[in-house]
Design a protein around this ligand. Structure first.
Ligand code: FAD
Length: 405
């Protein structure tokens, strides 16, 4: 080991950023590698996709976040592989040696082998994805205004969200409000009856991690927002104009937002990497794998791919590196589940947080508070709050620009 050990952290998301921060007083040099120069608050990406927020309001440069941390350095690189035997990380700017490595490269959209969906569907995982959805939704209305054929116009104004998890539910709710509360004012000649939003869920329930009462409340709220929720609706194909379901049904629609799942980024393994109870690589104890990239079982089931898991794992990996430096025994990881939340537009959410189960306005206020607290940076908190207040009182969405890709 070198005089001052180097800890290389791959990924400045929830896991990597928290790990780097938790090492601020450790006698190590921390080098964080990311292909983006920002930390992204993914839980609010759908609001960028539905013109509610601008990207810079939910992201912050990593260098700005950790600028006061003396033992910290950042490199804007693409990580292409790891040589565990030589303890080297391969990047787009050459290789980098490490004494400890924390892998937190997160996940990517999982199209479950549906190539037609990869080609024509819209995933939601990063800022460019969100902007692509925003452009498509807004452009659909412009194109529909120019379309003389009523069938084609209806297909242009049919928006399908696939996946009834929190992302799909939130996306469908926000899309409905963008259209029914805001865009109707921009398109006074539009027949709102031509607009359809469908939420397709492959199983018989949405928000599967929530108690039944909250799941039912969520479905009712979606219906009230004119969202057609379909259960056991499995997508088989999408050619850009028609969605085919496994049941044989064909739905004419030009916009499909794919929120059906994510899979770990294949940096060191296909799928999530199975770690030891202390979050280490079983054969290379100097390597830790955390967040969405890690497979860690709790009560016989893998932990979900959510931000609190990544944050807690990041802090824990840093703690174990400090133990290792002092020659102490490493501690096993225990996840503290804080519950789940999903919002379905204004005054409507479902929450199961710290054992408190709530629906409607109360759950919505809980959702607002928790997200504002978690956003990084005072400027982001302030701008998001101002935007939300503006939208709430004036039924507006500030970011309604169609930009070129
Ligand atoms: C649309 C959406 C909504 C979500 N909503 C919620 C929610 O409401 N609540 C919740 O708890 N969770 C939510 N999640 C999940 C949550 O965001 C993830 O579980 C969490 O971000 C995982 O943290 P991570 O550190 O493992 O990965 P990430 O936060 O994804 O960070 C990975 C980082 O690694 C970088 N990276 C990846 N590959 C490379 C490479 N090869 N080279 C260099 N850099 C690389 C990426 O640029 C990124 O910065 C949502 C996710 C999405 C996509």
């Amino acid at each position: 080991m070198t005089a001052t050990p180097t800890v290389v952290v791959v990924g400045g998301g929830f896991g990597g950023l928290n790990a780097a921060r938790a090492l601020r007083r450790a006698p190590v040099n921390v080098v964080l590698l990311d292909r983006n120069n920002y930390h992204l608050f993914q839980p609010l990406l759908y609001q960028v996709a539905t013109a509610g927020l601008e990207p810079e309001e939910i992201a912050r440069p990593v260098r700005a976040i950790l600028r006061r941390q003396k033992n910290f350095d950042f490199r804007l690189v693409d990580v292409t592989g790891v040589d565990f035997a030589q303890r080297q990380v391969a990047t787009s700017a050459g290789s980098l040696a490490y004494d400890f490595l924390i892998l937190s490269q997160g996940s990517e959209t999982n199209f479950f082998g549906l190539d037609s969906m990869r080609q024509h569907g819209l995933g939601l995982k990063d800022i460019p994805d969100a902007i692509r959805i925003r452009n498509r939704v807004l452009a659909s209305f412009e194109h529909a205004m120019l379309e003389p054929d009523p069938e084609r116009r209806r297909a242009m104004l049919t928006f399908i969200v696939v996946g009834g998890g929190p992302t799909g539910v939130e996306m469908a709710g926000a899309l409905s409000e963008l259209i029914r509360l805001v865009l109707v004012k921009d398109y006074p000649r539009l027949n709102i009856k031509d607009v359809r939003i469908l939420l397709l869920e492959g199983t018989d329930k949405i928000l599967a991690a929530m108690p039944e009462r909250l799941r039912e409340a969520a479905v009712k709220t979606l219906w009230r927002k004119w969202i057609d929720v379909r259960f056991n609706a499995v997508v088989a194909d999408f050619d850009g104009e028609l969605v085919r379901l496994k049941s044989g049904e064909v739905i004419p629609a030009h916009t499909v937002i794919w929120a059906a799942g994510v899979k770990a980024r294949p940096l060191v393994s296909q799928g999530r990497f199975r770690v030891t109870p202390t979050l280490q690589h079983p054969e290379h104890p100097e390597v830790y794998v955390i967040g969405d990239a890690a497979h860690f079982e709790d009560g016989g089931r893998p932990l979900p791919m959510v931000a609190p898991v990544a944050i807690q794992m990041g802090k824990h990996a840093a703690r174990n590196i400090r133990h290792a430096l002092r020659g102490e025994t490493l501690q096993p990881f225990h996840y503290r589940d804080q519950g789940t939340l999903a919002t379905i537009g204004r005054n409507a959410a479902v929450a199961d947080v710290y054992g408190v189960k709530a629906t409607g306005f109360l759950a919505w206020v809980m959702w607002l508070g928790i997200h504002i607290v978690q956003l990084i940076g005072f400027r982001n908190k302030l701008f998001v709050l101002v935007n939300w207040a503006w939208d709430y009182f004036f039924y507006e969405r500030a970011a309604r620009l169609i930009t070129r890709d």
